[in-house]
Ligand binder design. Structure first.
Ligand code: ADP
Ligand code: F6P
Length: 324
């Protein structure tokens, strides 16, 4: 048992992601196994500021590992961006005896965690977002489930697209990042993949490619468009007008964020949750758990937030050669 920390808190913040429950379960059960008390903070920083704090025991995380979403609920909270809100959040942690806090969320949530660390609360971030857009880590909780969900949905759209000999523009989530689009583009054998990191706005070349595949006898043309580019409906109208190929736009939307987590998301999230508690027990603070080059590691939050991430060039290059 740690000499320093007796009670820790755990919260989920930002967009929910499948696997967050596995991480919460691991935080609670590993902490209990080390003799710590655990408080669950509901609704992210918003719930912290409203003192929506509950005691958690091993039973309170029973029967959740297979469930999507987050049992602690999640929220976005403007007040936490202000120095007053951050000081209030730190004071509330102290009032409830919360000496260490595990924040499961994305880059925005880590900024909140960083502020709390500077105000004397030991904080550890765990990367939870379907977008895979956290620079310090090759894995984020929820991405694997989200791409599998999107892939299955796109397979279904492809069936009907082929039957009608149509073009389909399918928009996937990712905020300003194109990882979901790139993975689905490869996994679904899309003819075109539009990524915010690489898209140069050249719709004429896209249309020429669609005309070319049609001339070569292709029975459908799947365009995976990333949310960060958007305008899928307008793009579909333009494609239909200029290629003569009937075109439909589908925005997959929030279905990508739900559902039972994959095995990978359950296992990686469990290990990251456990790792976060280990760091707190070692007296660490202001760190984020990451998965890098096949290993679980941790970085200073400041260092993690300063890192930049880009689409893997080789992966992107291969995707273009596969998409014909
Ligand atoms: P994500 O964590 O998925 O990136 P957001 O960017 O929406 O999601 O951030 C989640 C929450 O983290 C915000 O609603 C806010 O409460 C908190 N947050 C974001 N940026 C900051 C910041 N600069 N300082 C303090 N808290 C922040
Ligand atoms: O960050 C996860 C995410 O699903 C993004 O892919 C998307 O841009 C955003 O959240 C949607 O947020 P909301 O649920 O508030 O519509």
């Amino acid at each position: 048992m740690s000499d320093q920390i007796k009670t820790i808190g755990v919260l989920t913040s930002g967009g929910d992601a499948p696997g967050m429950n596995a991480a919460i379960r691991a935080v609670v059960r590993i902490a209990i196994s080390k003799g710590l008390k655990v408080k669950g903070i509901q609704r992210g920083y918003s719930g912290l500021l409203n003192e929506e704090i509950i005691d958690m025991d091993a039973k309170s995380v029973a029967d959740i590992i297979q469930r999507g979403g987050t049992i602690l609920y999640t929220a976005r909270c403007e007040e936490m961006r202000t120095p007053e809100g951050q000081q209030k959040a730190a004071d509330i942690c102290k009032k409830h005896g919360i000496e260490g806090l595990v924040v499961i969320g994305g880059d925005g949530s880590f900024q909140g965690a960083q502020k709390l660390a500077h105000l004397g609360i030991n904080t550890i971030g765990v990367p939870g977002t379907i977008d895979l857009d956290i620079a310090c880590t090759d894995y984020t909780i929820g991405f694997d489930t989200a791409v599998n969900t999107a892939m299955e949905a796109i397979d279904k759209i492809r069936d009907t697209s082929t039957s009608h000999e149509r073009c389909s523009v399918i928009e996937v989530m990712g905020r300003s990042a194109g990882y979901i689009a790139l993975w689905c583009g490869i996994a679904n054998g899309a003819e075109d993949i539009l990524l915010p990191e690489r898209w140069n706005g050249d719709e004429d070349s896209l249309i020429a490619h669609i005309k070319d595949t049609k001339a070569r006898g292709k029975k459908h043309h799947i365009v995976i468009n990333a949310e960060g580019i958007g305008h899928s409906q307008e793009l579909a109208v333009k494609i239909e007008k200029e290629t003569g190929m009937e075109t439909r736009a589908t925005i997959l939307g929030h279905l990508q964020r739900g559902g039972s987590p994959t095995c990978k998301d359950r296992v990686y999230a469990s290990l990251m949750g456990a790792y976060a508690v280990d760091l707190l027990c070692q007296g660490k603070s202001n760190r984020v758990v990451a998965y890098s080059h096949g290993e679980y590691v941790d970085y200073e939050i400041d260092e993690a937030l300063a890192m930049k991430k880009d689409i893997d060039e080789y992966q992107f290059d291969v995707s273009k050669h596969l998409a014909r």
